[in-house]
Design a protein around this ligand. Structure first.
Ligand SMILES: Cc1cc2nc3c(=O)[nH]c(=O)nc-3n(C[C@H](O)[C@H](O)[C@H](O)COP(=O)(O)OP(=O)(O)OC[C@H]3O[C@@H](n4cnc5c(N)ncnc54)[C@H](O)[C@@H]3O)c2cc1C
Length: 803
């Protein structure tokens, strides 16, 4: 074993082997993979090897496409067969809702270049003769589905990496990882030490244990998973290999395995495996079968595919594999640990392993993952994702693997976990709750005496009329919205302005003022959008997206000077309330000594102000596009502030509003949000944020690339569309057509209640963005006419905000 390497990859499952290969491909040859036993000795060896391109996150779907296309390349380099069988696959819908879901998946596939086809049950029967037609209402055909040989794929990656200069050591267990002052690592194994500039934790089933070696508690949990293989089915003999099949309502996946059928299920009563620590003596072992547990799914399966009932079971496999709470991988550099990277929690190693290796290797070698991998970034979880939280969420996610997640559906596991001091007050107002990073927030308020519940649907729900009333309140009088679920940072010190100015793309505000500012990476892509408020020459209060708190902290740490700046995340220390609407000033003015008239406290003012007896930070800004104020207080004052505001607003028509109303109001203003309109695949000029980028203020991260984007105009444009929708609004990821051709995709959508329009924000090719008419948006299989709005649907001049 080499004693000094550029990278030590821990774990020789399909993911570690892929990372190793991709590192060599990206040009880092001095790389080492350390495997405790033989390659594939974790989850990999007993996997069913199935692969597919469909994924709820289009960016993950792209990486899945990449993975599937990679296998031929690996076979050529390594001479090792991956055992690729591309059979094609069908996904069966047993309910109209599932058919809608398939229609939407097909639509999303359009701009991803996927060739998905909706077919009738009769056509499905021709392709997959085992099915019993009466249980289904439709199906989707995907030509690019199939399976691989897990052993072959892992060895093909490893051999290809070795061809590229990598070393692979087996029967060597990593015992310890110790950081050096220069950011490199001493990795101790039971066969000697190695000094590595970088470490990658790709330890799969043991990723938690390997993480704990460096004080890291990764939010992953292994679940037991069973599949069975039937005896040979005579009808298969002499016929072309059967297609892959997913029966969503039966919660079963199937494919032909030699002469029989392989059937697996994600049962509702899933069982975690080794919930706290993974035993080191577990290797190429299987867990005891528990057919009882999957019996309910098998029963449904036998009804839906009667021929299987009499086929007899040849083999049952029960093995563990790991999941993150949302079922997507955990990839990337770990905040607070220099040169420490993870590639774990990969539950679909044969669809995703290649994409994970590609993204991570680019990130390590080029400093950027090269695409939008937010959905897989390890930084999407903060300290709130504890072991017990992870346990509850993973079990929920496992049991729902084949269930529809409706766009307005809130999942119940691990709730309520985090609440703000006014939780009970809002509950008493009949709030319908949503969950965001484990924090409860009000979505909308149901009328008193009615259940605080939203019907889950792809179409407009029972919330529609009530959200309309909340929006009306804001536009006509005033709404009171809790805004605690934002990320907040305090930046202070003699070098605070210099550092922040380098990190942010806009000019910093003067004391007492705020600005909106994008944050760019070196490629000039959007990696954040913030409100920066300046309390003094050396003190800033920065508000951004809470879900990205760890992501931001990791980014900030790259350039934070050793002295002269203190940076503190204070997301949960400050909670907030916003009052917005034409009556907002009349409600707030009696509570503060400062003059709130526009002349004295204009739009984008920010000050330390007492509201009654409550010390607060007061900003004049509102995401609703109306006259509005955001008031930040420490948690101990939130109840008092809430009491003051509700009392002051009682006679002025103030009513509580929730996140759904805010979404509608911001769409009317064409205001984008992080992770929807603003993501690292878009530039600021494409996103319409050019006016918040100050190319003349001096140097800042991403300036050269932003300048180039401004000169070239970028590739696409964010547009607002008025969609002739019927009873379903755009959600996000629907294709946008112009003159019959797909020219882009929706990033978010909804009904603009105060303008009476169904609105969609989305990116289209730049040339198409010139047009007004001729657009269509595909909503649940129906192409709806759409018109591009030249300006925001509500108050395009922004008079209301500034009034
Ligand atoms: C029954 C079953 C069916 C499945 N079917 C499919 C399927 O059809 N399609 C699909 O895509 N996925 C499937 N999977 C999931 C798939 O197996 C995983 O996605 C994949 O194996 C994860 O690979 P990995 O490399 O992350 O982890 P692992 O395979 O667990 O590999 C981790 C490796 O790290 C090594 N290691 C750990 N700690 C150390 C240490 N301290 N020192 C040195 N080495 C160490 C281990 O020995 C192991 O070899 C299935 C899983 C199961 C259990």
């Amino acid at each position: 074993m080499r004693t000094h390497v550029k990278v030590a990859v821990i774990g020789g499952g399909v993911v570690g082997a892929s990372v190793l290969y991709h590192l060599t491909k990206a040009g880092w040859k001095d790389v080492l993979l350390i495997e405790r036993a033989e390659l594939t000795s974790g989850s990999t060896w007993h996997a069913a090897g199935g692969m597919h391109t469909v994924n709820g996150d289009p960016n993950v779907a792209k990486l899945q496409q990449y993975t599937i296309n990679l296998y031929r390349e690996l076979e050529q380099i390594s001479g090792q067969s991956c055992g690729v069988h591309i059979t094609g696959g069908i996904m069966l819908a047993g309910t109209p809702e599932r058919l809608d879901w398939l229609r939407m998946a097909k639509a999303r596939g359009r701009y991803l270049g996927m060739d998905l086809e909706l077919i009738s049950v009769a056509e499905a029967k021709k392709l997959f003769p085992l099915l019993e037609e009466r249980h289904f209402v439709g199906a989707m055909y995907d030509p690019i589905e199939g399976h691989v040989d897990p052993y072959g794929v892992t060895h093909a990656y490893a051999k290809s990496a070795q061809v590229g200069g990598a070393e692979v050591v087996r029967q060597t267990r990593v015992l310890e990882c110790r950081p050096r002052a220069d950011g490199s690592w001493d990795v101790s194994t039971d066969r000697g030490d190695v000094h590595a500039e970088h470490v990658v934790n790709a330890a799969g089933l043991w990723a938690r244990e390997v993480g704990r070696m460096v004080g890291l508690e990764l939010p992953i949990l292994a679940m037991e998973h069973q599949y069975l293989i039937t005896e040979d089915i005579p009808e298969f003999k002499g016929r072309q290999e059967q297609l892959h099949c997913i029966d969503f309502e039966g919660e079963i996946y199937m494919r032909q395995e030699r002469g029989g059928m392989l059937m697996g299920t994600y049962e509702r009563a899933g069982v975690p495996w080794s919930p706290r620590t993974t035993p080191w003596d577990f290797g190429q072992d299987l867990l005891p079968n528990d057919l009882e547990r999957i019996a309910p799914s098998l029963e449904v399966g036998f009804q839906h595919f009667p021929r299987l009932e009499s086929a007899g079971i040849r083999k049952i496999v029960n093995g563990p594999f790991t999941f993150a709470p949302d079922g997507n991988p955990l990839v990337g550099p770990v905040r607070g640990l220099r040169n420490y990277w993870v590639a774990c929690g990969v539950m679909a190693g044969f669809s995703q392993g290649g994409g994970v290796g590609l993204a991570l290797s680019r990130w390590m070698v080029e400093g950027d993952p090269g695409g939008d991998i937010w959905g897989m970034d390890v930084a999407r979880y903060g300290d709130w994702a504890t072991l017990a939280y992870t346990n509850a969420k993973v079990r929920e996610n496992y049991s729902r693997r084949f269930r529809i997640r409706f766009p307005n559906e809130e999942l119940e596991a691990a709730r309520p976990l985090r609440t703000t001091p006014i939780y009970d007050r809002l509950a008493a107002e009949n709030a319908v709750w949503g969950d965001y990073c484990g924090l409860e927030h009000a979505l909308w308020f149901a009328p008193r005496g009615t259940p605080a519940r939203e019907d889950i649907t792809f179409r407009r729900s029972n919330a529609h009329a009530h959200v309309a009333a909340e929006c009306r309140a804001v536009r006509e009088r005033a709404g009171l919205l809790e805004i605690s679920n934002y990320g907040k940072f305090e930046v202070a010190g003699p070098k605070a302005a210099e550092w922040l100015g380098q990190v942010m793309a806009n000019r910093l505000p003067a004391p007492g003022r705020m600005v909106l500012s994008p944050m760019l990476n070196e490629r000039g892509r959007l990696i954040g959008d913030f409100t920066i408020a300046r309390l003094g020459e050396e003190r800033f209060f920065v508000v951004g997206t809470y879900a990205a708190e760890v992501y931001y902290l990791r980014w900030f740490a790259r350039t934070l000077p050793a002295a002269g700046v203190t940076l503190r995340s204070c997301a949960t220390e400050y909670v907030g309330l916003s009052v917005a609407g034409p009556a907002a000033r009349d409600i707030l003015q009696p509570l503060v000594a400062e003059d709130l008239a526009t002349a004295a406290f204009p739009f984008l003012s920010f000050r330390r102000v007492d509201v009654g007896m409550v010390p607060a930070l007061l900003g004049r800004v509102s995401f609703t596009g109306d006259l509005g104020y955001e008031i930040w207080v420490t948690t101990d004052y939130q109840r008092a502030l809430h009491a003051l505001l509700t009392a002051a607003g009682r006679d002025l028509g103030l009513r509580h509003i929730g996140g759904r109303a805010l979404n509608s109001l911001r769409l009317e203003k064409s205001f984008g949000t992080w992770a929807r309109e603003y993501r690292p695949i878009y530039g600021p000029y494409e996103a319409g944020l050019g006016r918040f980028v100050d190319l003349d203020k001096g140097d800042f991260t991403g300036r050269a690339a932003a300048r180039a984007e401004r000169a070239s105009g970028g590739e696409r444009r964010l547009v607002t569309l008025d969609v002739a929708a019927k009873d379903a609004d755009a959600i996000g990821d629907e294709p946008i057509y112009h003159d019959g051709r797909v020219v882009g995709w929706v990033t978010s959508g909804g009904y603009g209640h105060s303008v009476g329009k169904s609105l969609a924000l989305g990116y289209v090719e730049r040339a198409a963005a010139e047009a007004t008419a001729g657009f269509e948006v595909e909503l649940i299989g129906e192409r709806c006419r759409a018109t591009r709005l030249a300006a925001a649907a509500f108050d395009p001049e922004g008079r209301r905000m500034r009034a």
